[in-house]
Ligand binder design. Structure first.
Ligand code: CA
Length: 229
């Protein structure tokens, strides 16, 4: 995906509602993307195989296999960013809870402009990080965060983390000893143009604690947010 010329950015829209799909099509094309539409999950998966898109916009309620299943099958073979288009609150909980490796979600009804902004933000995040961050950070004696390898380990055992969980851990590690508000965390990890709610942070913190264990010195700072170390 690195260095891909802007005129070669393909987005696949998997959405069975033609009005929504066509609207996204118009706005994304205007923003310079090549758009391919699929009205079923099966067709969407085929298109991903054939065209290696830069991003997939994925509806959840689809004929045949649903968006969750599409994402699951996609993740077996591809790291392509997935932006879920959700219609209900319960779906958001599932996206966050199932750790499907979705990169983001938007709730319907949404504005096409918002989607375009979100797509661009996700693609920007996919660019290589040229910051001068220390590559390896330590959290106490037990934990190690290797940014170049994107690897977190606890007592020398690698702990598999989802993309955003790793980003969150690295952000905490970079800001050890500082009480961070949920908004600061959202801005730092999800990006300033991400339109989400605080619950996203809480859910990811819960996952980090679960995966990294009780020794992780990640404290809840009441009324503020969280502090590592
Ligand atoms: Ca639908």
């Amino acid at each position: 995906m690195f260095g891909m010329p802007t005129n070669d950015r393909t987005v696949i829209v998997v959405e069975d509602d033609h009005n929504i799909a066509d609207l996204l099509d118009v706005y994304l094309r205007e923003a310079g993307f090549r758009v391919l539409q699929a009205t079923s999950g099966e067709r969407g998966l085929e298109l991903v195989d054939q065209h290696q898109p830069q991003m997939v916009l994925l509806d959840i309620g689809l004929p045949g296999i649903d968006g969750f299943e599409v994402c699951r099958r996609l993740r077996v073979k591809s790291n392509v960013p997935v932006l879920f288009l959700t219609a209900r609150d319960g779906e958001i909980d599932r996206i966050l809870g199932l750790e499907l490796g979705a990169d983001d979600y938007v709730t319907k009804p949404f504005s096409p402009r918002e989607i375009v902004a979100r797509v661009k933000a996700i693609l920007r995040r996919g660019q290589p990080d040229i910051s001068t961050d220390t590559d390896v950070m330590h959290i106490g004696d037990e934990y190690r965060v290797d940014v170049s390898r994107r690897e977190a380990s606890s007592a020398n055992e690698v702990v598999p983390l989802a993309t955003r969980e790793f980003d969150l851990l690295a952000f905490f590690a970079r800001n050890q000893g500082i009480a961070l508000s949920r908004q600061q965390i959202l801005d730092g990890v999800w990006g300033i143009d991400w339109v989400g709610d605080d619950r996203t942070v809480d859910v990811h913190v819960r996952q980090l604690r679960k995966k990294l264990g009780d020794d992780l010195p990640l404290a809840t700072v009441w009324g503020i947010g969280y502090r590592l170390g």
